[in-house]
Structures are given as C-alpha cells and as structure tokens.
Design a binder for this molecule. Structure first.
Ligand code: ATP
Length: 444
C-alpha cells in the first residue's frame, strides 16, 4: 500500500466543502475575501479543538479561564502600543521589528532610517490600520471610536487583579481565554491560515521576575507535548527561535508546523517581561503590583505567553490527519481510500451508526441505538448507499468507529464495530457498546 499525505491546500479546501468542514463565507453572493464559515462537521471539530486546549489549560491547578469582551476601552490599545504601532502610515523595521509612524519620525523622514536601531532595511510605507475601528453608540464621531480587539491577551492583563483576587491564586498562576480577534491583514490567504477574523487561544502565565526564563522553557515543553498528544507527527512540528525580539520581549519562540506551503507559525511563546502590566499601570493609574505575602515583597509580575490560533490549529490537524491509502488489485486497478486519521477527541463524530438496510426491523434498532449513544458521544447516522461507500464517507470525515446494525442484530443483540485506521471489525453486544467506545477513546 502506498500512502500519500497532503501536499496541496486545495485538497483540503475541496474536502472541507464536500464534507461540510469549512465553506466560503457568503458564498451565494460570490464570497467575502478571507472569510470562512465552519459547517456541520467543522463546527463540531472546532469545538473539540477548543475543548482540548481549554482543558489542557484550565484543568491545571494554577490556571483560571476568562471570557473577555471583544470591545474594550480605547485606552487599552493606547497602553498596549497597538494604537500607535498599528496606525497609518506604517513602516516595519525588518531588522529590530520596531513599527513606527512614517510621518512623525525624524530619522525616517530625513534619512529613511529606523528610529530604534538605525537600520535601513525597512518595509514600504503602508497607509493601513491593522485594527478594525467601529463606533460605540449612535454618534459616529471621534469620541465614539472603539476597536475590535486584534488579540485576546489584553483582556487577561486588564483582568489580572480581578482574577488573582477573586480566585486567591498565588504567583505563579495563569489566565487562559479563547475568543475572536480581528486584524485587517494586508495579505490574508492560504485558506483558514490567515484571515481577518479568527479565533485565538491565549494563556498568560504570571511569574516572579527572575524565574521567567525557567517558566519560558517549561511552557515550550508543555506546548510541544500538547501537539504530539493530539497526534501531530513529530517530524512536522518544530520550534523556531526569533532572530530579533519585539521591543517588549525578553525571549520568543514560534512553534512551526509544516503546512503544504512550508513551515509556518502555529503558536507563539513569548517572555513578555513586565511590559504589559507596567503599561496598564501607567495608563490607568492603578497599581498592578502583586504582593507576595510569604516574602513580604511587591513586584510587577513577568508574563510568559502562549498564543495559538484556533483556526490555524484546525488546519494543522486537517493537514496532519489527511492521507490517501493507495492499493492496487490483481489487475493493477488502483483504489484510493481517503482517511482523516484525526485523534478521536478532535474528530467531529466519534461513532457512525449504519443500518445494513433501510427496512423498519433494522432502522428501529439502529435509531434507538443512535439516540442512546448520543447521550455520551457525537454520533452520526447514515443509511444511504452501500455499506462500503458509507464506510468511505466516514473515513473521510475522520469518524473513528462505524457501527453496523445487521439482520443478526435482531437475534443476538450485537453489532459490528469497524475501526477507521485498521478497518478491523469486531462483534460487540449493544449493551456494552457505550462503555466499549468510551474505553477505546480513553486509550488513545
Ligand atoms: P503572523 O506572524 O502569522 O502574522 P503573529 O506573530 O502576528 O502571526 P501573534 O500575534 O503572536 O501572531 O498571534 C498568535 C497566534 O494567533 C498566531 O501564532 C496564529 O496562530 C494566530 N493568528 C495571528 N494572526 C492570525 C490571522 N490573521 N489569521 C489566523 N490566525 C492568526
């Protein structure tokens, strides 16, 4: 058997449309550039991606979750540097990564030089604001401008004290959140890899200054283990150190995944120092120091950030799971089985119920079995076409278990369970099916 992996994003774009993972947004109107809708299978899978990340974070004893608003006080973005750093006209220094205004920076106006490091390796001027602006209330004047958040992290920083005091956690502890972010990207593309509306899963871990380097390394390891636990192949994922650091960062590394277009950032892990809390302290006038009771010390905590895009991770899971199993029969006729070998926790459906015939004597049993199993798992039901075609449809959807109800079921109250990856079939009593599947799912 030959195995072909995914080497072209278009393969996934068409599978996604065919099977209901991802559709182009507003398709009947010709679509809206870089906007995508998650369909019946995609919305289930996306929830599973989020649940896996959320549980990995918030089931730890030292991390709490929040769900902050997309609209925040405009001063938040002033303090964070986004208002100035993302304003028109914008120039990026390719050397030290500083972003600056072209119209009020003397070194640039006079000598086309970066104001920070003096480099002349600069991007073109862009009359572009990466933050989406809107207006709060009925008046569309400058006083009513608010932004759609370009990252979720600021919700963590402004709620640092609320979370610490309400949960009574001691440092080190973290705040995790999942939510939509918006960036008016200049070059969106590569399917759901880079869009203007996307979801982020970010965690800020607050630590005592001086311990930050140690926690930075710990989080690198924790995050890499997360990916391999959920089945991402080790050979497709790696760390990439940043050559140059952003102005606030002490250390930064990207987790890169080997997408069909090449290795690209999946997650960023950053040591953000005390930059954010210090800035918010300064701009809000609130003292955001932490008081360490045991040592009677006060300090602004350092922050280790892990930030991954949910949509990008969804895409990485699809890429990694996709395989074509190519076999030839005695006459050399090729057969291609398309399989999404997703980790069962990520797969949209865990079980497909497939009655062998549409006859009432089978469908009545199969429908009851579906309803019973649906109390424990996401289950799908399919009675159209041959059983072989139905197995193939489920393989392509990543369903780990197909359950066939046949005429023997009427007498022996048992069903055939067929495994997606091995295609091995087993006869299991219907009364044992739920615990059998639960056990198999746990053992992954
Ligand atoms: P990139 O270099 O790809 O623009 P970034 O370094 O600006 O990303 P961060 O600000 O660190 O990204 O955001 C954290 C994560 O959010 C990224 O690793 C990525 O997974 C996701 N992300 C950022 N921008 C987008 C986008 N436009 N579309 C989809 N996901 C995104």
């Amino acid at each position: 058997m030959k195995i072909k992996h995914c080497d072209d994003l278009n393969t996934l774009v068409s599978l996604s449309k065919r099977r209901g993972f991802v559709f182009q947004s507003s398709e009947i109107y010709g679509g809206l550039a870089s906007c995508w809708d998650y369909g019946p299978l995609g919305s289930l899978m996306k929830l599973n991606v989020k649940r896996a990340w959320w549980n990995a974070m918030t089931r730890r004893k030292d991390i709490v979750g929040i769900d902050a608003a997309i609209l925040m006080h405009p001063m938040v973005w002033k303090a964070s540097g986004h208002v100035d750093g993302f304003s028109d006209p914008l120039v990026d220094c390719k050397s030290c990564k500083t972003r600056f205004r072209a119209d009020n920076t003397d070194s640039y106006i006079n000598e086309k030089k970066c104001p920070n490091c003096g480099s002349k390796d600069l991007s073109e001027e862009r009359n572009f604001n990466l933050m989406f602006k809107t207006h709060m209330g009925p008046l569309e004047d400058t006083g009513s401008v608010v932004y759609l958040r370009p990252e979720t992290a600021q919700g963590h920083f402004v709620n640092f004290q609320n979370c610490q005091q309400s949960s009574r956690y001691k440092i080190p502890f973290g705040i995790a959140a999942i939510g939509k972010s918006f960036r008016n990207e200049i070059t969106p593309g590569n399917f759901i890899f880079r869009t203007r509306e996307f979801e982020q899963m970010e965690m800020q871990y607050f630590v005592k200054p001086g311990t930050d380097a140690e926690y930075f390394n710990q989080w690198k390891e924790i995050r890499m283990n997360f990916y391999t636990k959920y089945g991402i192949k080790k050979e497709n994922i790696k760390f990439k150190d940043h050559d140059k650091l952003a102005h606030y960062a002490k250390a930064a590394v990207d987790v890169e995944y080997k997408f069909p277009m090449g290795y690209s950032e999946l997650e960023g892990i950053h040591n953000r120092s005390d930059f954010d809390l210090s800035q918010h302290s300064k701009f809000s006038g609130k003292n955001l120091e932490y008081f360490d009771e045991a040592n009677k010390e006060k300090y602004i905590p350092y922050v280790i950030e892990t930030a991954v895009g949910c949509d990008r991770l969804f895409l990485a899971f699809l890429c990694d799971a996709y395989r074509e199993e190519i076999t030839a029969d005695a006459e050399g006729k090729e057969d291609v089985r398309v399989v999404l070998g997703l980790h069962p926790e990520i797969a949209p459906y865990k079980v497909a119920i497939l009655p062998l015939s549409k006859k009432e004597e089978l469908s009545s049993i199969a429908e009851k079995l579906r309803d019973d199993l649906a109390m424990d798992f996401d289950v799908t039901y399919d009675e159209a076409q041959s059983i072989g075609k139905r197995y193939r449809r489920q393989d392509e959807a990543g369903t780990p278990f197909c359950v066939t109800v046949d005429f023997d079921t009427i007498n022996d109250q048992a069903v055939t369970v067929r495994h997606r990856d091995t295609m091995v079939q087993e006869r299991i009593a219907m009364s044992q099916l739920s615990s059998y599947i639960a056990g198999k799912l746990k053992s992954f």
